[in-house]
Ligand binder design. Structure first.
Ligand code: ASP
Length: 329
């Protein structure tokens, strides 16, 4: 338990919605936002751990969240971060798109102060509700000096994950957030917050003023009909993210479309449908990685499709040039 101090620095908690802010309505057997924000009832318990201020920014289910909302949140954090009485941040968020918001913040927050994102798999009035404990653990992580300079962190089920690698892996289990390939960066016990990995080197945060670039994410499937892509060629898109097969291969029928998009100057970023391993220019057959590399498709490792899309939106908004884009991924 943190000792009380005179005029202590505060953790700012931004509530944005999600199951952590919802309740089960027995009469309709549905989970939805209640009349009151239930997180305020935890405030007396939270105050035993740190000084904080809780701000209700939005109250949205996370499938409603857009990159523009993520930018609004990043701006709030960047503004509050300049205040000397603020020591860190916790964001409560729906779990469905939590990883996208976390990564967006990772790319755009201009502060070394800790930024932690959390949520819940069980709503506030469900048996074994995980929201209160996740929020308390998040405040503890945000209060730790070891959490500084680590970009955005996701805290769930006593684990700390880096925004870049974490992903929602289960529809209902409280241990849903995992970082395939790298594991958690730290853990939380009753008495400690400890890190097992050093902070990743962060590049300069991107400074952006909008988040409205149109970047679809398309998953490759067997026997894919190129007609869908022909339709795509007629749309105004700013970039494309493709979840390719295995080590980075696509059905051959899709190649002419990629060619046309590259001629139109649309950047194409490729990740794998597999959540472990790397995309590489390995295969020399029609639609294989070798051909895709030659076409100028950007191979992206370490990010899943939804996060590669967030990065491409942010990079395009920041005015990153075509040649710099390849290096960035
Ligand atoms: N559908 C909810 C949301 O993302 C799930 C959650 O919060 O866990 O808002």
């Amino acid at each position: 338990m943190a000792a009380k101090q005179e005029n202590p620095k505060k953790i700012i908690i931004f509530n944005t919605g999600g199951t952590i802010a919802m309740e089960v309505d027995e009469s309709t057997d549905s989970v939805r936002p209640g009349e009151k924000q239930p997180l305020h009832t935890i405030e007396p318990m939270l105050s035993r751990y740190a000084a904080f201020e809780m701000i209700d920014l939005f109250n949205m289910p996370s499938p409603h969240v857009t990159p523009a909302d993520m930018l609004a949140l990043a701006r709030q954090i960047n503004e509050y971060a300049t205040r000397p009485d603020t020591s860190g941040f916790v964001v409560t968020h729906g779990t469905d798109t939590l990883e996208e918001t976390a990564y967006f913040l990772d790319l755009t927050i201009a502060t070394n102060k800790p930024v932690v994102i959390t949520g819940a798999m069980r709503s506030s009035n469900e048996l074994g509700a995980d929201g209160p404990v996740n929020l308390i653990q998040s405040v503890r992580v945000a209060s730790s000096s070891e959490s500084k300079g680590r970009g955005a962190l996701v805290v769930f089920n006593d684990e700390i994950h880096a925004a870049k690698y974490v992903t929602k892996t289960h529809t209902s289990n409280v241990a849903t957030f995992q970082s395939p390939q790298v594991g958690p960066v730290g853990t939380i016990t009753k008495k400690t917050v400890s890190y097992s990995q050093p902070p990743a080197v962060r590049t300069q945060p991107f400074e952006i003023h909008a988040a409205s670039r149109n970047v679809p994410l398309i998953k490759m499937v067997t026997g894919m009909d190129p007609a869908w892509f022909l339709w795509l060629l007629q749309q105004k898109i700013d970039g494309l993210v493709v979840e390719a097969f295995g080590a980075g291969n696509v059905p051959p029928a899709i190649l002419p479309i990629f060619e046309q998009l590259t001629v139109q100057g649309v950047p194409i970023v490729m990740v794998s449908r597999c959540y472990n391993g790397y995309v590489q220019d390995l295969y020399g057959y029609e639609g294989g990685g070798k051909q895709l590399k030659k076409l100028g498709i950007i191979f992206c490792n370490g990010l899943n499709g939804q996060k590669a899309r967030i990065k491409l939106i942010v990079a395009l908004e920041a005015g990153v040039s075509e040649t710099q884009l390849a290096e960035l991924f």
